[in-house]
Design a protein around this ligand. Structure first.
Ligand SMILES: Cc1cc2nc3c(=O)[nH]c(=O)nc-3n(C[C@H](O)[C@H](O)[C@H](O)COP(=O)(O)OP(=O)(O)OC[C@H]3O[C@@H](n4cnc5c(N)ncnc54)[C@H](O)[C@@H]3O)c2cc1C
Length: 494
């Protein structure tokens, strides 16, 4: 069976027959993206009778047109970047490295087909979840309709996700553009690509396509990339993109697009200075809008805002207390990959009288550029805004042995503690493997482990994660007050 057919058989089997609804489900879930699927699996494992409704393909954006596809491509693009830089590592490779773009996309599809087995409609069904294909619509405060069937519920979860936000630039619709919904179907790598946006998705896309051979320009109206991240982390990324050869336009507005033959001509303006870019494709990464339409949320008494999504409280409960919302559709999304945490939280709160708060969770996230930028907890500005005094411990990656031996010595680990204590408030890691490294700090925060305890954690030598221990050691050094030093001296002189 071809990969595409195998994948389709998992994510939307063509011959699927919807089951007959049972009397009343413990939970009915709209949307089989990560938020919906993980909640369905968790609830089913605990013995709840659950129905999961998907109008398109299991896996949602995450699997079909998002995370998995982009990470597979990023991996190959990193390999090409490393090959081009091979000489710096004492290796010899042909000077003319040509990118086999169709093979890159073929690998991405192979990776996807493999992963699709893990969360197929059949697998969910074999776990006891009633799987329905079709567009779901509320028929009242305790019922949902799909394909002519009425499903009654005690609790419901709306996890209908989000779609790309489109810019209102004159001429762009007629010229055509790429979003995450079609970029992974490209048969050829665009020779010249303009990326609009400066958040994680735009930066990942720009760097990956640049490394795969596109001549990439990136334009955004803010003065820095990754608007939410710490400034020095964003600067490291900006420098890395420039080193890759990306043409960067910050604080710049895109005011018009027109086509000339097969080319797209884009007018830009910065500080009243106009300029023009001519490209073959325009990729859009300016944000996401929640999927709130078409579900008749009004009939269920669920309040929403078209821009920010379904309004929830800290327990992920909507204005109808028996209906919850999670993932990208939810106004409380905050983190891109909050779905796993949200699934647990919704199951406990909705089915077991739990009172778990979203705000109590320390959830890390990462931008998968090279270097990666990862963060958990509070930023310094947030802590100060809350009136919490902050002390920061920073270790530069160029002081970390393994980062030096790997030629990956750009970046830093920064851990913020509440001043005068070792309570970790947050951390930013800018490093080649920041996404892996942040987990240790995230574990410490979730388990209430202070920074001094991290100094006692033995790391294998040499690893890049030793930077975390070095930051913790730096904290311990501040505890050696003159009095303590004097006491130690007295004791040791006996
Ligand atoms: C290019 C790209 C790269 C990304 N990379 C990462 C990453 O590296 N790490 C990370 O954590 N996140 C990443 N994300 C974000 C991540 O993909 C999303 O946060 C995640 O998919 C959100 O999951 P969700 O379940 O809320 O919604 P979705 O994945 O959007 O799923 C929602 C599902 O609901 C279905 N649906 C909608 N309306 C209805 C209806 N009325 N009836 C039935 N079904 C309906 C949709 O068809 C869809 O399948 C990336 C996103 C993009 C676009």
């Amino acid at each position: 069976m071809r990969q595409e057919q195998r994948e389709l058989q998992n994510v939307h089997p063509p011959d699927w027959r919807n089951p007959e609804p049972i009397g009343r489900y413990a939970m009915v879930i709209i949307g089989a993206g990560p938020a919906g699927m993980l909640t369905a699996m968790t609830a089913a494992r605990m013995g709840a009778k659950v129905a999961l409704i998907e109008r398109s393909r299991f896996g949602g954006v995450w699997f079909n047109v998002g995370c998995i596809s982009s990470k597979a491509i990023i991996r190959t693009s990193r390999l090409y970047a490393e090959m081009r830089n091979a000489e710096a590592f004492g290796a010899q490779v042909p000077t003319d490295i040509s990118v086999a773009f169709p093979a890159v996309m073929e690998r991405m599809r192979r990776v996807r087909a493999g992963i699709s087995r893990r969360f197929s409609a059949q697998r969910l069904s074999s776990m006891g979840v009633d799987v329905y294909f079709g567009a779901a619509r509320f028929a009242g405060p305790d019922a949902i309709e799909v394909e002519g069937k009425r499903l009654r519920f005690k609790r419901a979860l709306v996890a209908s996700g989000a779609r790309p936000k489109l810019p209102s630039i004159p001429g762009i619709a007629a010229a055509g553009y790429l979003t995450n919904e079609n970029v992974f179907e490209l048969a050829e790598c665009p020779r010249r690509l303009l990326v609009l946006g400066g958040g994680p998705l735009a930066c990942e896309l720009a760097q990956a396509f640049c490394r795969l051979g596109s001549q990439v320009s990136i334009v955004q109206n803010d003065p820095m990339f990754l608007g939410n991240e710490e400034r020095d982390a964003a600067q490291i990324l900006s420098d890395a993109l420039a080193r890759d050869g990306i043409d960067i336009h910050l604080s710049t507005d895109t005011i018009n697009v027109r086509t000339e033959g097969n080319q797209k001509v884009v007018d830009l303006v910065r500080d009243d200075c106009k300029s023009t870019l001519t490209v073959d494709e325009i990729g859009i990464g300016i944000g996401r809008v929640p999927n709130v339409e078409g579900m008749n949320l009004e009939a269920a008494g669920v309040q929403y805002d078209k821009e920010v999504g379904i309004l929830t409280n800290d327990y992920l409960q909507t204005s109808n207390p028996r209906i919850y919302a999670a993932g990208d559709v939810c106004s409380e999304k905050i983190f891109p990959h909050i779905e796993a945490a949200a699934a647990d939280l919704v199951v406990r709160n909705a089915l077991f009288w739990g009172r778990e708060r979203l705000s109590a969770l320390a959830i890390p996230w990462c931008t998968y550029t090279d270097p990666e930028i990862a963060h958990v907890g509070l930023y310094v500005t947030e802590a100060r805004a809350k009136g919490i005094p902050v002390k920061t411990f920073t270790v530069m990656m160029h002081d970390v042995d393994r980062a030096i031996t790997d030629g990956e010595d750009e970046g830093f680990v920064k851990i913020h503690v509440k001043e005068g204590t070792d309570k970790i408030l947050g951390a930013t890691v800018a490093a080649s493997h920041a996404g892996e490294m942040i987990s240790e700090i995230s574990l410490a925060m979730n388990a209430g482990i202070g920074l001094s305890a991290l100094a006692r954690v033995n790391h294998p030598y040499p690893t890049q994660a030793q930077a975390i221990k070095m930051a913790a050691d730096a904290y311990l050094a501040t505890r050696h007050t003159p009095t303590r030093k004097w006491l130690y001296k007295q004791w040791l002189s006996h």
